[in-house]
Design a protein around this ligand. Structure first.
Ligand SMILES: Nc1nc2c(c(=O)[nH]1)N[C@@H](CN(C=O)c1ccc(C(=O)N[C@@H](CCC(=O)O)C(=O)O)cc1)CN2
Length: 286
C-alpha cells in the first residue's frame, strides 16, 4: 500500500528569521508542487525554526529536480533540509527479545494498512519468534549476545541494516543495551519502546520499580536510542491509571497494550517524517 495522500514530505530546520515560509512555499509553487499540508514551529528558547511540508509534485517531477530547485532557498536560510519520497513503503528492521506483543501489533498495523512499512528483517537474541517471522514471510536473524560476542553481533546487526537498506530500526522490547558505538552509528534511525513513563524508572524491570514506589499511573515511552540508556529524545508517550490493589503482573498486563500503541504511533510518525530532532527533545507534527 503506498502513501498517496502525501507523496513528498520536506522537513526543514534553521535559525528563525522573517520570510522563511514565504520563500519555501513560493519556490515549491515555482517547481509545480501542490502543498497539501504545512506545519511549522518556532522554539523560542533556542530560536530554531522547524517546518514540515507535504506536497504533490506536478506530473513526473523527480525528487532530484525538487532537491535541485530548492537548493538556493535552503542555502539562503542555511537550512538543514530533508526530502522524503513517501510513494513507496519505507523499510524497517524489528528487533525483539522474548516479549512479542509490540512486534505482533506492528505486523497487524502493517497488514491492515495503518502503518505504511515493509519489514525487511527481524533480529532477536532469542529464537522464540522464528516461527512468527516465518509465518509473516520475514527473514529472521537469531543473534544471541553475551559479553564475549557483543561487538561481533552488533557488527552483524549493523550489516543487516545496511544490506536491507532499512530506513528505521524498531526495538520492540529488545532487551539488550546497544554499545555506544552502534548507538552512535545509528542515531536518529533507532526507536525503542521503554515500558515506563520516562524519565521515571529507566533501565531494567521498570514495572517492578513502579510497583515498589506505589505509583497511581504506569506508562510507556517511545524514544530514539542513544548511548545513554532510556535517555534518548522522546517521540510518544501514554499513561494508564493503576491502583494499590494491582500486582506487578497486573501492571505488566496493562502495560502490554500501552506499549504496543505507543510504539506503533511513534513508528508511524517517524516514517511520515512528522518527528524532528530538537536537541535532546523532538518536535512532533501530529
Ligand atoms: N544504548 C541503548 N541501548 C538500548 C536502549 C537505549 O535507550 N540505549 N534501550 C533499551 C531497551 N531497554 C528499555 O527499554 C532496556 C534494555 C535492557 C536493559 C538491561 O539492563 N539489560 C541487561 C540484560 C537484560 C537481559 O538480557 O535479561 C543488560 O543488557 O545488561 C535495560 C533497559 C534497548 N537498548
Amino acid at each position: 500500500m503506498t502513501n498517496v495522500a502525501q507523496p513528498f514530505v520536506l522537513t526543514l530546520t534553521c535559525d528563525d528569521r522573517a520570510g522563511i515560509v514565504a520563500a519555501v512555499t513560493s519556490q515549491l509553487h515555482v517547481l509545480g508542487a501542490n502543498i497539501v499540508e504545512s506545519s511549522q514551529y518556532w522554539d523560542r528558547a533556542t530560536n530554531r525554526f522547524f517546518m514540515r511540508i507535504a506536497f504533490n509534485p506536478s506530473g513526473e517531477t523527480s525528487a532530484d529536480l525538487i532537491e535541485r530547485g530548492l537548493a538556493p532557498v535552503l542555502g539562503q536560510f542555511e537550512m538543514q533540509g530533508r526530502l522524503i519520497d513517501c510513494r513507496k513503503p519505507q523499510k524497517i528492521v524489528i528487533m525483539i527479545s522474548r516479549f512479542d506483543h509490540a512486534f505482533l501489533h506492528l505486523l497487524y498495523q502493517i497488514r491492515v494498512g495503518w502503518l505504511d512499512a515493509e519489514v525487511v528483517a527481524v533480529i532477536s537474541n532469542h529464537d522464540d519468534s522464528r516461527e512468527t517471522a516465518a509465518w509473516a514471510g520475514i527473514p529472521y536473524h537469531f543473534l544471541p549476545i553475551n559479553r564475549e560476542n557483543k561487538k561481533k553481533q552488533e557488527d552483524r546487526i549493523f550489516a543487516i541494516v545496511q544490506e536491507t537498506e532499512a530506513d528505521l530500526v524498531v526495538l520492540a522490547r529488545y532487551m539488550q543495551v546497544f554499545s555506544d558505538d552502534i548507538a552512535g552509528r545509528l542515531f536518529g534511525k533507532v526507536i525503542n519502546i521503554h515500558h515506563s513513563f520516562l524519565p521515571s524508572f529507566k533501565g531494567a524491570r521498570p514495572y517492578h520499580q513502579a510497583h515498589e514506589h506505589g505509583v497511581k499511573l504506569i506508562g510507556a515511552t517511545a524514544h530514539y536510542v542513544t548511548a545513554d540508556l532510556d535517555e534518548g529524545p522522546i517521540i510518544e508517550q501514554e499513561t494508564e491509571r493503576v491502583s494499590h490493589a494491582m500486582s506487578v503482573e497486573d501492571f505488566v498486563a496493562a502495560g502490554r497494550d500501552i506499549e504496543s500503541r505507543v510504539l506503533a504511533r511513534a513508528v508511524k510518525r517517524h516514517l511520515e517524517a512528522r518527528v524532528m530532532l530538537n536537541g535532546r527533545k523532538t518536535v512532533v507534527f501530529a
